[in-house]
Design a protein around this ligand. Structure first.
Ligand code: ATP
Ligand code: MG
Length: 561
């Protein structure tokens, strides 16, 4: 949906006004991930928003890694995030930026604040600092180090930087207001000692700026005009503005907040996702059961479906939980239109066509897609023995069952109408083979005797098919809001979130499926060839044909929490 087809969201309204009034010359936004995990669907919302605004208003969007915390960050995450952005189809303006590129400037600005009497080195321990901070109802107390001279603080900061002091022994704090109603303004920390190697700056620094001291200044350095972040940063805005007021910054960005995306039946927090990965609950950051972009990609979601979903949920000033069925609607719709059709039998049952010559075979053909002529026609070998799904045969059934029943007819999709005569069982009474007859001249025609089949089922030829395993995914959590209240999300894992169906039988063409290629396995769902296990033929179920969880077919509006 372009902005011409729907009302402008609140950010679009603000930007439109700023551009019209001349307050903004050219819109510049940014997406600022911290490289401490893979991107998830919540990030996709922020990405579509920031890059989308730049597209809509002819502006630019930067990609900036907010790499101020070396402890949890890794170069591997940087690469993964770049890959996801490219896959989603967005282009950042200019080079990739890193907050760590600005460490020298931040350090000069810290010295500037010290010289202005607006920052000081404080030796309180973390615990003491907490006591001095006060509470929401009670003002804080001044640190005994607050009136330290600028010379002394400058010297100490330099020595902190050079590694002369232990971690936790000193911090640099802004001198603002210990009785401020907003606790973020009570002399917040600007720098802390961390004797850690950094993936961009190596061992150069023994101190690292806090998120608060870095974030707004990064935006100012880059000339970001509209600095868009999620609601939890609204309380930090006064501090963000204090820094902009009190530092010699080259531009004055303005911060706006929007509601985070939460999806039901999953977790959208890098910390929780990392726990699932680290504890081996899932098979890595690209496990198809977790809501990472990499997981969705491996599962067979398309960039278009994720972008469409982000359009559908819109942008508001409140947090909410969106039903995952909305995202599922977006991918189903996309795959219905674009994926090639194929037949695959998940639980094979042999059918012998007793009136069909044992040495005869035919090559039938079927459309690649019911209304996409650009998708190639498929070749379907046919012979005396075929496999159908166990669920598609019953010895007896009522009229509602429109599949194969003894004495009744069914059409094999793209092939003959057949009629079942008898079934063979093993010692436990399981049906192991069905004997049936082909009704002559029924490929593409109704039976000449006028007795039409009630239904159509899928099948593969016994003499020519390919075999593979199918991974069937279900929701990873049993609860709609895992971890809500006092519950532990790790105790709410759905034990049946993955089931592997071995030795499925597919039409021969599936042997040539490319890695990541999507298909609709007729009557079964949408599947894509797994990209990680490239020597084997394995298909992941992206999504079933119909929603078997929620009752509603159409997406519902996001629910407020
Ligand atoms: P997490 O809590 O999962 O670690 P984060 O906010 O710490 O997420 P960042 O890497 O700092 O992750 O986020 C980069 C950008 O993505 C930020 O602007 C952030 O506001 C946005 N973002 C992160 N999670 C969501 C979400 N669930 N919905 C919308 N935007 C999000
Ligand atoms: Mg963060």
């Amino acid at each position: 949906m372009s902005t011409e087809e729907r009302p402008l969201n609140f950010l679009e309204q603000i930007i439109k006004k700023d551009l019209e009034s001349g307050a903004t010359n050219k819109l510049v936004t940014r997406f600022p991930p911290e490289p401490n995990g893979f991107l998830h669907i919540g990030h996709a919302k922020a990405i579509c928003l920031n890059f989308g605004l730049a597209e809509t208003f002819d502006g630019a969007c930067h990609l900036r890694f907010d790499d101020t915390n070396p402890e949890k960050e890794e170069a591997a995450y940087v690469e993964a995030i770049k890959k996801d952005l490219v896959w989603l189809g967005f282009k950042w303006e200019g080079d990739i930026r890193y907050a760590s590129n600005y460490f020298d400037t931040f350090y000069q600005w810290a010295q500037h604040l010290i010289n202005e009497g607006k920052a000081y080195v404080c030796d309180l321990s973390a615990e003491q600092a907490r006591e001095y901070r006060g509470t929401l109802k009670e003002a804080g107390k001044h640190s005994p180090f607050r009136e330290r001279s600028a010379e002394e603080s400058t010297d100490l900061l330099e020595r902190m930087k050079n590694g002369e002091f232990d971690e936790g022994s000193k911090v640099l704090r802004a001198k603002i207001d210990m009785s401020h109603g907003n606790i973020n303004m009570r002399d917040p920390i600007l720098y802390r000692i961390r004797k850690q190697n950094h993936h961009q700056t190596g061992d150069k620094w023994c101190i690292y700026p806090t998120y608060d001291f870095a974030h707004g200044q990064e935006d100012a350095i880059e000339g970001i005009t509209h600095s868009i972040c999620t609601l939890e940063f609204a309380d930090h805005r006064p501090l963000y503005e204090w820094f902009i007021e009190n530092l010699p910054v080259p531009s004055r960005p303005r911060q706006y907040e929007f509601g985070r995306l939460n999806l039901d039946y999953t977790v959208t927090s890098k910390r929780k996702l990392k726990q699932l990965v680290d504890e081996g609950v899932v098979d890595g950051w690209d496990d198809p059961r977790i809501p990472t972009i990499a997981g969705y990609r491996r599962r067979g979601y398309t960039p278009q479906s994720i972008r469409k979903f982000c359009e559908m949920i819109g942008v508001t000033k409140s947090d909410g939980v969106v039903e995952v069925s909305m995202l599922e609607h977006a991918i189903r719709d996309d795959l219905d239109k674009n994926s090639a059709r194929a037949m695959c039998v998940l639980h094979p049952l042999k059918v012998v066509l007793t009136n069909y010559d044992s040495d005869k075979t035919e090559l039938l053909s079927a459309a690649g897609h019911p209304n996409r002529e650009d998708l190639p026609t498929r070749e379907l070998p046919f012979g005396r023995e075929v496999y159908i799904d166990q669920a598609d045969f019953r010895e007896e059934a009522n009229k509602k069952y429109k599949r194969l029943v003894i004495g009744k007819r069914v059409r094999l999709r793209g092939a003959y109408v057949i009629e079942a005569d008898s079934a063979t069982k093993d010692e436990q009474g399981n049906i192991i083979e069905v004997q049936a007859r082909v009704i002559p001249n029924t490929v593409g025609n109704n039976p000449e005797d006028g007795i039409k089949p009630k239904g159509v089922i899928h099948w593969v030829a016994a003499h020519q098919h390919c075999k593979f395993d199918v991974y069937l995914y279900d929701r990873l959590f049993t609860e709609a809001q895992p971890g809500s209240g006092d519950t532990d999300f790790m105790q709410q894992i759905n034990p049946e979130s993955l089931s592997i169906q071995k030795d499925c039988m597919g039409e021969p063409g599936l042997a040539n499926a490319e890695l990541g290629q999507s298909f609709q396995f007729e009557r079964e769902g949408y599947f894509c060839r797994d990209t990680q296990q490239s020597d084997a033929l394995i298909f992941n179920r992206t999504i079933s044909l119909k929603d078997s969880w929620g009752k509603q077919a159409a997406p519902a509006a996001p629910k407020k929490t």
